[in-house]
Every structure is written in C-alpha cells, then in structure tokens.
Design a protein around this ligand. Structure first.
Ligand SMILES: [Cu+2]
Length: 648
C-alpha cells in the first residue's frame, strides 16, 4: 500500500529541492512532527507550502479564508462565522488568484457573500501553496498579491490497496465537522472519495453577545485516476457542495452556496530526452447562490430574495523542457467566466469575461547554489456587458513579467532570493458591474498595474531557523471604492505599498521550542495623500511549545497593534475603513496526543481569557442585530475544540 511518488510529482509548483521536500512532506504527513497543531506556518523563497489536514489554531471555520488567516501576512474580512474574504498584505479580491486543482471558481454575489474561498473546503484537498507577489506566470493571469493553490495530490499504489482518513472535529457553539477520505486502487489506477460536513451555531463574542454567524455546509467529490504506465496520469474529478450562512454584517444571509465542479487532467512524463512533461488541464465550475433576509433571520420589513451565480470554465496546456541545467515551462491557457442572475424566466447571463494567454517560465542554473527564474506572459481579456440589449464590450492586452534570483550561500544553511515582477490586472466583475462601483465604471475604469520587488531569506540552523520576506511596490491605477458620498463609486488612484513577514523558531532546551512571527503591511494612496484603506495593522505571534514523543502542548500569544493609518469610508467592494482600531492580545492553548501511528488527537482553547475584540479588517454589524452605526463585529470569545484524526 505504500504510495510511490509519480515522476515529477509536486512539480506543479516550480520547485527547488527545498520546496519539493516541503511540499512532499505536507502531502504525506504521517510522522509525529506533522501532527502538531499549526499556528503560523513558515515559508521558503516567498512560498508557503502547508498541509490542509493538520489541526490549526485558532480553529478555522468551514471555508478557505479562515485557514489562510493562520498564515502570517493573511487577514480576513469577516462578515459572519464563515465565508470571509481573504486578504494578503492588505490586497483583496482578484489581486489574489485562488485555484483548486488548477481551476478558478467565481461566485455570483454582488457583495461577495460567496467569495471563491467560500466554495473551498480545505480538507477535501491535501496541500495549500501560497506564492507571494507577482512571481509566477504559469497559473493564469499573474495575480499582483499572490497565487493560492489548493491541490489534491495523486494517489499512487505499488500494489492493490486501500487507504484513507477520518477527521472529526467538535467544539464550542455547536461546532461539529466530519471529514472522510478514502482511496483504493492498484498500479493501473485509483478512485478517491471525499466527503465532509461542517455545522456551527452562532458564536458568542468575548462580551457574551451572540453574533449571527451560524453555518451549515457539505462537500463531496469523486476522483478517478488512471496510471496505465509510470509516465502517464489521467484524472477526472467531479465534486459538489452546498451550504448556508448567517451574516451579522450583511443585510441578507446566504441560504444557498451550491457548487458543481468537474476537472479533467492528462499528464505525460518523459516524452523525449528534453521534453519531461506535458500537462493538459480542463475545468468547469458552476456556482448558484441565494441570499434572502427571512429564511435565516427574523425579517424586518419587506422580504427580499436574490439568486445569482457564476460559471467558470477553462483549459491550460503546458510543457516542461529540460535542457542541461535549464528548465523551460511554456504553454497557453484560456478561461471564460460568466455571471448570471435568475429570474422568473430562468438564468440569464449579464456579464462575460473571456481571457486567453500564453506564458513561458525559465529556470536557469545549478540547483546547488544559485538559480535565475524568469517568466513572461501575455493575456487578452474581453468583457461583455450583457445587462441590456445593446451589448457593450471592452478589451485589453495585458503583459506580465518577473525575474527572480535565488542563491544558496556556500557552506551556510542560508538561502536568499530577490525578484521583481510586473503585472496588469483587469478590473473584476465587482469593480465594473456591481452597483457599488457606480454607473461609469464599465467605460472608465482602467487596468491596475503593479510593479513589485520581493526579497527574502531562509536560514536553517541546528537549533534556530528563521525566514523573512519583504516587498515594496508601486501600484498604478489601484482600484479603490469610495463610499464617502452617495452613490458610492470606484476610481483609479496611484499607490505605494510595502511590508513583509518574518518568522523564527528556536529550540532553546531539549523538548522546548520558542516560535514567533511578525507581519506588517503599509500602503499610501499617493493621489489623495491618504493611507491606503483596509490595510491590516502590525501583528505578531509568539508560540511556546513543549514536545514529547507522544504528546505536545503549546501556548500562542497573538498580539495586534492598533491601526491609525485609515482612509475613512474607502476600501473595496466588501469592506471599508470605519475609523481607527484598537490593538489587542489574545492567548490560546493547544495540545496534541499521538495514540498510535494511525490515531491522534488535538485539542485547544482559542481566546483563553475570553477577550472581547475586533479585527481592523471587518464589517460593521447590522442595526437589526443591535449594532450601532459603524460598530464592528467582534471575534469569537473563548472557544474550545477537539479534533481526532484516524488514517489507515
Ligand atoms: Cu449574496
């Protein structure tokens, strides 16, 4: 039953050996170290590779955004208990490219109740990889802030067998999750079944007030893989899910988050002496979202209901050539996204985005010391406004490029990298179609262009390891929502951004380890001479861990500074600055116990002292729930959780 790595496995991320090791360790985590609750995963060369199966603190909600929030540099715009919007280094929305097994997914809600991550249940994937900055061209149009890859890893068998895992989570506020995964197969193929269910009631904040935040969610998937020989993988995956969520910060709740997904990929390895891989990926994602103000709350006034959705389909063909110590990845991709609304007569498309691109990424140099990675892509995007009979269109050609040098210092456990990237981002659906964007945005809004320098280092000593990544960038025609006068409008401004993340761990005595992380993001709106809105404040985490062979325990202290750099009533389609925010500190405790190679348990108490606090990036609560104007939603108070994982 031992899994045999397919040739080229994990090369989905353009991988230096260190990263490869990280990625593969995350995919097949069975040793004791991997069982420990994760509080702030580290990174290498601006890339975070982490398992989606390991327990995390604070305990994530059912969706992708809450998991991302445990990674230094990420914040989340909360609107209830789940389905928040992830933000990396203060950058929101389509500045992040979120892919599940290579596929893009788009929700339909005009106010982003159904963010892409709302449809992602991390535990039905295996690994999460975050590529920070505009530093990759092979995953579709270059995202300016980062690329997020939720991926299932191929399940390969050297002899007939069955394996799988059961993961159960229980916690405060009626939290109950069941995750089941099983794979069976032999040398010529495999079948993988994934299923999960997650429910929670409203949580109480640190002052004991109930926050409208309950959710119900399920997801399922079937993956069939064929491996007729060592060099071929054909994989078909079909998935579906649905859910509902109550939102303290919105005028309506989400009563449907239905998703249907199909992906098909074909990979061939070692086709000739130089052509080491050809990959062809195709996907279809269909989302159907209903929001209303009566099924999950006591309705006040008129009853409202809206049904919207998105259909995203795409294809990517790429090849990898190895020529001496140079690796070239080149290919082409196409994606079509439609947005639709449902009325009495059925679904009707009101917007269509069509993107076509070509890309090439080259890695040069010996892997032992230095290597140079460069990429170039060119995209054409066409957008059709189908809201009225006279269809209007706009289109653009978007160039993107990056180059990065990675250096391993001789005789020292240090790796350095430094790179510069340029990308143009086409305005997304919310920026040119939503009612908050204003009437003229379709014609007037310009592409957002980002030029960013990313650098960092990793040090892996015997008892001390550390990493850091820093960035500085200019954003030309940054797309900003202005709510200061009614109706709200969207506009282009010029901005400067900078910041970074750093972390370290120190084994200061046998069994003891001290870990820390620090992240900061800064932004200036140069056109208006104001801070850039919706920037998270300085945040640090200190973790003290004690580890024995079969158990471990840790304390995490998360400290967040006050945020005074605000631009009131400015922000993005979902969030806006609501004034300065106070700093806070939250202490949490966790413990892990390993019963056997197959069975382990993690337990934790988040917010041990039941502190009442709210994050700076946050929505204001609705008055019908008793919130005063502009009053932000508070985070969960003391929350216990227990997670049991059995794998076979
Ligand atoms: Cu909605």
């Amino acid at each position: 039953m031992s899994p045999i790595p397919l040739r080229g496995f994990c090369t989905a991320i353009m991988s230096p050996p260190l990263l490869l090791a990280l990625c593969c360790a995350a995919a097949f985590s069975t040793n004791a170290e991997q069982v420990m609750t994760v509080t702030a995963p580290g990174e290498a060369s601006g890339i975070v590779a982490t398992s989606t199966h390991t327990p995390r603190q604070p305990v994530p909600a059912s969706d992708g955004a809450d998991l991302l929030k445990t990674i230094p540099g990420f914040s989340m715009l909360r609107s209830g208990g789940s389905n928040g919007d992830p933000v990396l280094r203060g950058m929101f929305g389509s500045r992040l490219n979120v892919l599940t097994d290579g596929a893009s997914i788009q929700g339909g809600c005009g106010s982003r109740m159904d963010t892409p991550t709302a449809y992602i249940s991390p535990k039905i994937y295996d690994t999460l990889t975050v590529l920070k900055g505009p530093q990759s061209v092979i995953y579709g149009p270059m995202a300016s802030a980062g690329t997020l890859l939720f991926e299932r890893q191929p399940e390969l068998f050297s002899q007939p067998g069955i394996k799988g895992s059961v993961d159960l989570l229980a916690g405060a506020n009626g939290r109950s999750d069941q995750n089941v995964m099983t794979t069976f197969g032999n040398t010529s193929g495999y079948v993988r079944l994934d299923g999960n269910r997650s429910v929670s009631e409203d949580y109480r904040d640190g002052s004991g007030h109930k926050v409208p935040s309950m959710w119900r969610k399920w997801n399922s998937g079937v993956t069939v893989g064929l491996t007729p020989d060592d060099d071929t993988l054909a994989e078909l995956s079909i998935g579906a899910g649905d859910g509902k969520a109550r939102y303290a910060g919105r005028m309506m709740d989400g009563s449907r988050f239905a998703r249907k997904s199909v992906t098909f990929k074909l990979e061939k390895y070692d086709l000739s002496k130089n052509l080491s891989k050809v990959s062809w990926q195709n996907y279809y994602n269909d989302t159907d979202h209903i929001m209303d103000n009566y099924s999950l709350r006591q309705s006040v006034g008129m009853k409202h209901k809206n049904e919207v959705g998105g259909v995203t389909m795409g294809s990517r063909l790429s090849g990898v050539w190895d020529i001496g110590s140079t690796e070239v990845t080149a290919g082409t991709d196409v994606m079509r996204k439609t947005h639709r609304k449902k009325s009495a007569t059925g679904w009707r498309d009101d917007a269509q985005f069509l993107q076509m691109g070509v890309f090439s990424e080259i890695r040069q140099g010996a892997v032992e010391d230095g290597s140079l990675v460069s990429g170039l892509r060119l995209d054409r995007v066409q957008v059709d406004d189908k809201r009225s009979l006279q269809q209007k269109s706009r289109s653009s050609v978007l160039p993107g490029a990056f180059t990065r040098y990675e250096l391993l210092l001789p005789d020292m456990p240090v790796k350095l990298y430094s790179g510069i990237g340029y990308t143009e981002r086409y305005p997304d659906y919310w920026e040119i179609f939503s009612s908050k964007a204003g009437q003229s945005s379709f014609h007037e809004l310009k592409n957002e262009r980002t030029l960013q320098w990313d650098s960092g280092l990793i040090y892996n000593g015997d008892n001390v390891s550390a990493w850091a990544s820093a960035y500085i960038g200019r954003v030309y025609d940054y797309i900003l929502f202005d709510y200061s006068s009614a109706p709200s409008q969207v506009k282009n401004v010029n901005a400067t951004i900078m910041g970074g993340e750093t972390g370290a761990s120190w084994r200061f005595a046998p069994h003891w380890e001290l870990e820390s992380s620090l992240n900061y993001a800064w932004g200036e709106n140069r056109s208006d001479g104001q801070p850039l809105p919706q920037m998270p404040p300085l945040e640090g985490r200190v973790m003290l861990n004690y580890q024995q062979p079969t158990w471990s325990s840790g304390l995490m202290w998360r400290v967040v500074a006050a945020q005074h750099r605000v631009a009131d009533k400015k922000g993005n389609v979902t969030g806006q600055d609501l004034g300065a925010n106070a700093g806070f500190g939250v202490l949490s405790w966790n413990a892990d116990y390993i019963f056997s190679d197959q069975l382990n348990m993690s337990v934790g108490i988040d917010n041990l002292f039941d502190k009442a606090y709210s994050e700076h990036l946050n929505m204001a609560g609705m008055s019908e729930f008793g919130y005063t104007s502009g009053q932000q939603i508070k985070e969960p108070g003391r929350t216990w959780w227990l997670e049991i994982n059995y794998h076979f």
